[in-house]
Design a protein around this ligand. Structure first.
Ligand code: GAL
Length: 842
C-alpha cells in the first residue's frame, strides 16, 4: 500500500504517529562506508543524503545538526512534487524551484585507502552550487547543467572518522525560460584512485582519417601524478564490442614527476566497423596505468568510428551518404518525474522519438546529462550539444539568467561541456548559443569569435553552430560569419536566398515549426486563434505563436533547398513551463506568465508530457519514416455535431488514402496532388499571399458527422499498405493497464511506464473520458509519479490518483533498491471494471 494512500485514509492521531516515526527514522541515517572497488570503477554516491530547503547557517560544518532533515536518494528534484501554485511563474512550470536548498551526506572511507585520491562528481547541481567537505570550501559552480568533479583528499578522514559533504544551492526566480528543476537532479559518483591515474575527462579520442578500409585513431591521454615521482607506463588497447582486443600499444613514461603529463598515441585500425544510425557499433579504448610494475588504474573511453562531413551545397553526410537531419529539440525535464536524470526515463523518451522517425536531437538549450549522450551513442542518435541560451545580454524578463555569470564562467563552462562529451560518437556538432541577443549588437561577432575559438581549441574535430532567429541582424553584424554552421530558427523562406548569398555556408534549420496542440482536443471550426477558452489547443496542427508555422511548410522548403541539412523541430516532447500560447508575453511587467493559470506546461510537443503521441507525431512519422503508416483525426465522438460538417485529416507515407465513413467511401485522395486546405493565414510564411495554406503533406475531407466509424485505407502502387479505424466509443466501462516493461531491475531507479486506458465495453478508448482513477501499487515497487498530458491542471505528479485526460493517464512505477519480487498494480475507478497487472523486479 502506498504511503500517500495511507495518509489520506488515516485519522489524525495515527497520521501524527506516522510523522513521528518518519522523524525518528530520519534520525538514524547511517553513514555510508566506501572503499576502493574494482580499478577504474566509479561508485554511485546517490544514497543516504539529507536535504533541507531554506537558508541554513553553518550547514557546511561537519557537526551541524541535521537530524530533522529529509532523507533523500539522488537524483532528486526538490520542486517537482510541488505544489503547483499561482504564486510561482507558469513560465517555469508553476513549481517551487527557486530559493535556497542544502544537501548533506555522512560517509566514511576505508583506512586501507589512505594515500589514494578520493573525488566526487556531481553530474548536475541546479543552481549555483557551493560544495564543502568537513567544513572546508571545495568550490562553486553556478551553471547547473555540467558535471563537476571535486577532489576531497586534502580534507578527508580515513577509517572510522566520519566525513560530511555539504552542498548549498540557490536557484533564482526569473532565471530561465523553462522549468530548470532544482537540487542534485543528476547522478553523483565517488572515485577512489591511485595517486597516479588517468585525469578526470583526461582522454580525447578522434578518428582523423576514416575510409571503409581503415581508420586512424588519435588518442590524447592526461596522466595525473598526485604523489611523488615514480616509474610509470601506459598500456592502451582498442577493444571490440565483444571484448576482444584489436590493437594495443605500450609506452614507458620513465620517471613520472608530480603533476600532469599528456601522452599522444595513434593507431591504424583495418576494416573498421563503422558507427552509424542503424548500427551504432562502438569500440572502446581501455587505458591501463602501471606504476612500479603494478596496474594502478584502468580507464575506458568510448570510441565510435564514423566519417562525418558537412557540405555547403548538400547538407550532412554520415559514412559517405547524405543523411537528412530529422531532428527535434528537447528540453531536459522528464515530465512527471521532473528533471531527475533517470536513465530509463531518458531511454524511453529517445525510443519514442526514434519511433517517430527522429535521427537527431538538439539538447536545447543547455548541456545534456551524461546518460542522454551515452544512450544516443548506443541507440544511433545524432546530437547537437548546445551550451547557452544567453550570453552577456539579458533575454526578455529573465533578470537572473546566465548573463549574470557569463563573464566569469562562460569559458570554463563551454570548455567543460566539450571536454565531457567530445569522445561520444553521437555528438556531431556543438552549438554555442540559441537566439542570443548579441545578434543585434554591432560587436556581436566578437563574442561569437571568442566562443568559436574556445570550441575549436577543445575540439578541432567537430563543427560548431549557433541558432539565429534574427538572421538579418546576425548577417549584418557578421556574427553569422563566425560560426562553422549557420543555424536558422523559423526562417525556411530565407534558406534559398541565404544559400545564394553565402554559397559556402553550412545551413541548418536549427529550430522549426513551433506548432502547439493538446492531445485529443479538436476545436470547430478550424480557425486560427490566439487563445481558446478551453485553455487547450486544437490538434489540427495549425496553432502557434506568430513565428510558428505547420510542420509541412518546413518540409516543403527543405525539399526545395537540399543544401540545408535538415531541421530540429520545436519540440519532440512537451516540457514543463513555457505554456505558449497561454500565459503571457515575453516582456510582461513582472516576468510572470500566469495570465491563463493553471496552464503551466508547453504544448509544443509532438508527444505530450507523459509520452502519448499527439496527431503531430504521425505527421512527422509520415515524413520521416518509410514503414507504411496512416493516421486519421479527429476522434469520432461528437454527440453535439450530428449532421454537421467535421474536417477529417489523414497523415500517411503512402501514395493515396481513401476515407470511409460508416462503410461509405468519401473518395481517394493522392498525397501531394490533392492538397489539404488549411483555412489559416500563416502571414509570415505564405509567399504567394494566398489566404489559406495548401498542404501537400496531409489529406482532408469534410464530412457530415454521424456516429459509427471512420476508416482510412492507404495505398501505394494501388495496393493496400496500411489502415486505421476510429470508432465512436460508448460509455466508459473499464480501466485497462498496459506496462511498457513487465520486468525491471530491483535497483531503486528502474521504471515501468504503465499506460492507463479508459475503454468502453467493446474495447474502444473513450476519447473524452476524464474518470478519476486510484492506483494501488504493492510489493517490490512504488509509485514514482502520475500524469496524463493535460498541460492545464495543477493536480500533483506525486500522487496515487489521477484523472484520465481524453481517455488516458500514465502511472510510473519504480523499483525499490535491492528488493526483488512482484509488484502488484491495480487501478480503481468508480463503476469501471479493472484487471490488476503484475510487474517483476529482478
Ligand atoms: C524559440 C526559442 C525556444 C522556444 C520557442 C517557442 O524562439 O528558441 O526556446 O521559446 O521559441 O516557440
Amino acid at each position: 500500500m502506498s504511503i500517500l494512500r495511507t495518509h489520506r485514509n488515516m485519522n489524525l492521531p495515527s497520521f501524527m504517529l506516522c510523522c513521528i516515526l518518519a522523524f525518528v527514522t530520519s534520525h538514524v541515517v547511517a553513514s555510508t562506508q566506501y572503499q576502493a572497488t574494482k580499478l577504474g570503477e566509479k561508485q554511485s554516491f546517490n544514497n543516504d543524503w539529507l536535504f533541507s530547503k531554506g537558508k541554513q547557517v553553518g550547514a557546511e560544518q561537519a557537526n551541524f545538526d541535521d537530524s530533522n532533515w529529509q532523507r533523500v536518494t539522488l537524483p532528486h528534484d526538490w520542486a517537482i512534487e510541488g505544489p503547483f501554485d499561482e504564486k510561482y511563474n507558469a513560465r517555469n512550470g508553476g513549481l517551487p524551484f527557486h530559493g535556497d536548498g542544502w544537501y548533506r551526506k555522512t560517509f566514511t572511507v576505508a583506512e586501507a585507502d589512505k594515500g589514494k585520491v578520493v573525488s566526487v562528481t556531481f553530474d548536475g547541481a541546479m543552481y549555483d552550487a557551493h560544495v564543502y567537505i568537513n567544513g572546508h570550501f571545495l568550490g562553486r559552480r553556478p551553471f547547473g547543467y555540467l558535471s563537476v568533479n571535486y577532489d576531497l583528499t586534502p580534507h578527508l578522514n580515513f577509517g572510522n572518522t566520519k566525513n560530511v559533504i555539504a552542498v548549498s544551492l540557490a536557484p533564482k526566480d526569473l532565471s530561465t525560460r523553462w522549468y530548470p528543476g532544482a537540487g542534485l537532479y543528476r547522478h553523483t559518483w565517488l572515485e577512489i584512485n591511485d595517486p597516479v591515474h588517468v585525469a578526470k575527462w583526461g582522454t580525447y579520442v578522434t578518428t582523423p582519417e576514416v575510409t571503409p578500409e581503415r581508420a586512424t585513431i588519435a588518442l590524447e591521454t592526461k596522466i595525473n601524478n598526485q604523489g611523488d615521482q615514480t616509474n610509470a607506463s601506459l598500456q592502451t588497447q582498442i577493444v571490440r564490442a565483444d571484448g576482444s582486443v584489436v590493437l594495443k600499444k605500450s609506452i614507458d613514461l620513465g620517471k613520472l614527476a608530480t603533476g600532469t603529463k599528456t601522452v599522444n598515441q595513434s593507431f591504424t585500425l583495418e576494416d573498421p566497423i563503422l558507427w552509424d544510425t542503424d548500427n551504432p557499433y562502438q569500440y572502446k579504448v581501455l587505458t591501463k596505468v602501471i606504476r612500479n610494475g603494478k596496474v594502478v588504474d584502468k580507464h575506458t573511453t568510448p570510441l565510435g568510428v564514423r566519417h562525418i562531413e558537412f557540405k555547403a551545397d548538400d547538407g550532412f553526410w554520415l559514412n559517405w551518404r547524405r543523411v537528412q537531419i530529422n531532428g527535434v529539440c528537447l528540453h531536459h525535464d522528464n515530465g512527471p518525474i521532473g528533471t531527475i536524470a533517470n536513465r530509463r526515463a531518458i531511454q524511453r523518451k529517445l525510443e519514442i522519438m526514434q519511433s517517430m522517425g527522429v535521427n537527431s536531437i538538439r539538447t536545447s538549450h543547455n548541456p545534456p546529462s551524461p546518460e542522454l549522450v551515452e544512450l544516443a551513442d548506443e541507440m544511433g542518435i545524432l546530437l547537437q550539444v548546445e551550451a547557452f541560451d544567453v550570453w552577456k545580454i539579458q533575454k526578455q524578463s529573465v533578470h537572473n539568467g546566465y548573463q549574470v555569470f557569463y563573464d566569469e564562467w562562460h569559458e570554463r563552462d563551454l570548455r567543460d561541456m566539450i571536454i565531457q562529451h567530445r569522445n561520444n560518437p553521437s555528438v556531431i556538432m556543438w552549438s554555442i548559443g540559441n537566439e542570443i541577443m548579441e545578434q543585434a549588437q554591432k560587436d556581436g561577432w566578437k563574442e561569437a569569435r571568442h566562443l568559436m575559438e574556445i570550441a575549436h581549441d577543445e575540439d578541432p574535430s567537430r563543427f560548431t553552430a549557433a541558432g539565429f532567429n534574427n538572421i538579418g541582424g546576425a548577417i549584418k553584424n557578421k556574427l553569422a560569419h563566425e560560426t562553422d554552421i549557420q543555424g536558422f530558427n523559423y526562417k525556411p523562406l530565407n534558406y534559398e536566398q541565404v544559400h545564394k548569398d553565402h554559397p559556402d555556408w553550412i545551413l541548418l534549420g536549427s529550430e522549426t515549426s513551433s506548432i502547439t496542440s493538446t492531445r485529443g482536443i479538436y476545436h470547430f471550426p478550424i480557425d486560427k486563434y490566439k487563445v481558446h477558452d478551453s485553455r487547450h489547443v486544437t490538434s489540427y496542427d495549425i496553432i502557434g505563436p506568430p513565428w510558428a508555422y505547420p510542420p509541412e511548410i518546413e518540409f516543403e522548403y527543405l525539399a526545395k533547398t537540399p543544401a540545408v541539412m535538415g531541421e530540429y523541430m520545436w519540440t519532440g516532447f512537451d516540457y514543463l513551463g513555457e505554456p505558449t500560447p497561454y500565459g503571457g508575453k515575453d516582456h510582461s511587467g513582472d516576468g510572470y506568465w500566469n495570465a491563463d493559470w493553471p496552464v503551466r506546461s508547453s504544448s509544443f510537443g509532438a508527444v505530450d508530457l507523459v509520452g502519448f503521441p499527439k496527431d503531430r507525431y504521425f505527421l512527422y512519422q509520415s515524413q520521416w519514416t518509410s514503414k507504411p503508416m496512416v493516421h486519421v483525426l479527429p476522434h469520432w465522438n461528437w454527440p453535439n455535431m450530428v449532421g454537421k460538417e467535421i474536417p477529417v485529416m489523414a497523415y500517411t507515407n503512402a501514395e493515396e488514402v481513401e476515407l470511409f465513413v460508416n462503410g461509405t467511401s468519401m473518395g481517394r485522395k493522392v498525397k501531394g496532388v490533392d492538397k489539404a486546405e488549411l483555412p489559416v493565414n500563416f502571414i509570415r510564411w505564405d509567399t504567394l499571399g494566398q489566404k489559406n495554406w495548401k498542404s501537400g503533406y496531409r489529406l482532408r475531407w469534410d464530412v457530415k458527422y454521424q456516429p459509427g466509424e471512420i476508416k482510412v485505407v492507404a495505398y501505394t502502387d494501388g495496393k493496400v499498405v496500411a489502415e486505421e479505424i476510429v470508432k465512436t466509443a460508448g460509455l466508459p466501462a473499464k480501466v485497462e493497464l498496459i506496462a511498457d516493461r513487465t520486468e525491471i531491475d530491483a535497483d531503486g531507479q528502474d521504471l515501468s511506464y504503465i499506460t492507463v486506458l479508459v475503454k468502453d465495453k467493446d474495447g474502444n478508448i473513450c476519447p473524452t473520458a476524464d474518470n478519476h482513477i486510484r492506483f494501488f501499487v504493492e510489493g517490490a515497487g512504488e509509485i514514482a509519479a502520475v500524469g496524463n498530458g493535460n498541460s492545464s491542471t495543477i493536480a500533483p505528479f506525486k500522487a496515487d490518483y489521477r484523472r484520465a485526460f481524453n481517455g488516458k493517464a500514465m502511472l510510473i512505477v519504480k523499483s525499490k533498491h535491492g528488493v526483488a519480487g512482484k509488484i502488484n498494480v491495480r487501478a480503481y475507478s468508480d463503476q469501471l471494471s479493472n484487471e490488476p497487472i503484475v510487474i517483476s523486479a529482478k
